[in-house]
Structures are given as structure tokens and as C-alpha cells.
Design a binder for this molecule. Structure first.
Ligand SMILES: *Cc1c(COP(=O)(O)O)cnc(C)c1O
Length: 231
């Protein structure tokens, strides 16, 4: 492993090259540095290297870190969000990636309205229908979009998935391809208040394939900050 700064720059360059290779402009896929469990010094190092998008999984950790770092950071809530914790993060995040129920979307809408704002959200899809994963099943997504689109205070910006753990990123290509297709299908319905411009997919082990299949946000932790120790 190199330094955080070197790692960030090399992943960023790779993401840019892959984005161009996929037929898009180099800035059409954003590298989100996933900093969960990592100390703020490491985030600061990534910031100094140019990173402005950070992803966190735990509400308490996110809320603790925000005031310790510069105000121009875009914070991405990427973890499983419990309804009772929504109030702590609304208004502080750029994007909430893992909305996996209508109930959660309603609470985000309610808390956002209290603050007079609209929160951008992504609907999480369990694209491989794994037992252990959160998210809507692929065949539930359309109904969820239609229902959530009517909730004031939230705006659907696209879809998010965590593909299965893989040895070879090619193994997940089919899932990323299916995610892109799902987002195209939903876009075609032209539902009011639904924008399908974001697709959050790809992690350290498979971002190479995800970018190729049209990801607009790759969420990369280990390849930038090193392995995590869980408490
Ligand atoms: C931890 C996490 C990541 C980053 O995973 P790495 O394999 O360390 O790159 C991405 N997305 C979600 C939802 C995560 O929880």
C-alpha cells in the first residue's frame, strides 16, 4: 500500500481513464472515498490530494467527522440508515445512497421538509437478490420509484447497489449491466420528480467493471485507505 494521497491519485486517474474509455467525459464518474472507521487525519490527507467526496456508513461517525473537516466536502451517506437516525443527517449530506424502503424515504422527506429543503436520494437495489443484503429486489424497484416520487422533501436521483463480493471484477459485470438497464427503463417512464442521472456502483474490488458499465459514483475505501479493522 502507498500513502493515502498516492492511492487516491492513482485510483482517481484510473477512474478517469475508464470513464473516457466508456465513452464519457472524464468527470462523469465521481470517485467517492469511503472513509468509514478511518481517522480524520487520513481524510485530511485525501482532501489535500484533491478529494471532495467522502462516503461514510455510520451516522454517529459521520456527524462527528463533519465539523472536523473543511466545509466544501460533499458527504455521502452510503450505509444502511435507520429511520430513527435520519434526523441527525438530513441537511448535512450531499446524497443519501442506500434508501431501501418507502418508510425510510418518508422519514427523510419529513425531516427535510422541517428544514425547508429537499434531500437527494438513491434507491438501493439488491441486484443479485442476495439473502444477506438490504435493498429493493429488481422487480420491486419500479413500484418503489412510483411511490417515493410522490413524497415531498425527497428527490430520487438514481439507483445504488453493492454487488456481490467477487474475486474477479468481471463476475459482477452482469449485475452492473442490469443496474444500468434498470435505470434506463425507469428513466423512460418519465415519472415526475424522478431523475435517473446517478448510478452508484463499484467498490475497491469491482469499480473497474462498474465504470465500464456506466457508474457515476464509485465508492472506494480499501484501495485508498487500506484494510479496515472492525470494532
Ligand atoms: C465499505 C463500503 C464501500 C467501500 O468498500 P471497499 O471494498 O473498501 O472499497 C462501498 N460501499 C459501501 C456501501 C460500503 O459499505
Amino acid at each position: 500500500m502507498g500513502t493515502v494521497s498516492d492511492n487516491y491519485i492513482s485510483v482517481l486517474n484510473e477512474v478517469k481513464q475508464l470513464t473516457v474509455k466508456s465513452g464519457r467525459k472524464e468527470d462523469e464518474c465521481t470517485l467517492v472515498a469511503v472513509s468509514k472507521t478511518k481517522p480524520v487525519e487520513m481524510l485530511r490527507e485525501a482532501y489535500e490530494a484533491g478529494c471532495r467526496d467522502f462516503g461514510e456508513n455510520y451516522v454517529q461517525e459521520l456527524v462527528d467527522k463533519i465539523p472536523q473537516l473543511p466545509g466544501d466536502i460533499r458527504w455521502h451517506m452510503i450505509g444502511h440508515l435507520q429511520t430513527n437516525k435520519v434526523k441527525y443527517i438530513v441537511g448535512k449530506t450531499f446524497l443519501i445512497h442506500g434508501v431501501d424502503s418507502v418508510k425510510l424515504a418518508r422519514e427523510i422527506g419529513k425531516q427535510s421538509e422541517k428544514l425547508g429543503l429537499v434531500s437527494d436520494i438513491l434507491l438501493e437495489v439488491n441486484i443479485a437478490s442476495e439473502e444477506s443484503k438490504f435493498g429493493f429486489k429488481p422487480d420491486e424497484v419500479t413500484d418503489a420509484v412510483n411511490e417515493i416520487a410522490q413524497i415531498p422533501g425527497v428527490r430520487i436521483r438514481g439507483l445504488m447497489t453493492s454487488a456481490p463480493i467477487c474475486e474477479n471484477p468481471e463476475q459482477n459485470r452482469v449485475f452492473f449491466h442490469n443496474m444500468k438497464q434498470l435505470s434506463i427503463d425507469i428513466k423512460k417512464q418519465k415519472t415526475d420528480n424522478v431523475c435517473m442521472d446517478y448510478l452508484s456502483m463499484g467498490m475497491s474490488g469491482d469499480y473497474v467493471t462498474a465504470v465500464d458499465e456506466g457508474s457515476t459514483f464509485v465508492r472506494v475505501g480499501t484501495a485508498i485507505f487500506g484494510a479496515r479493522e472492525y470494532h
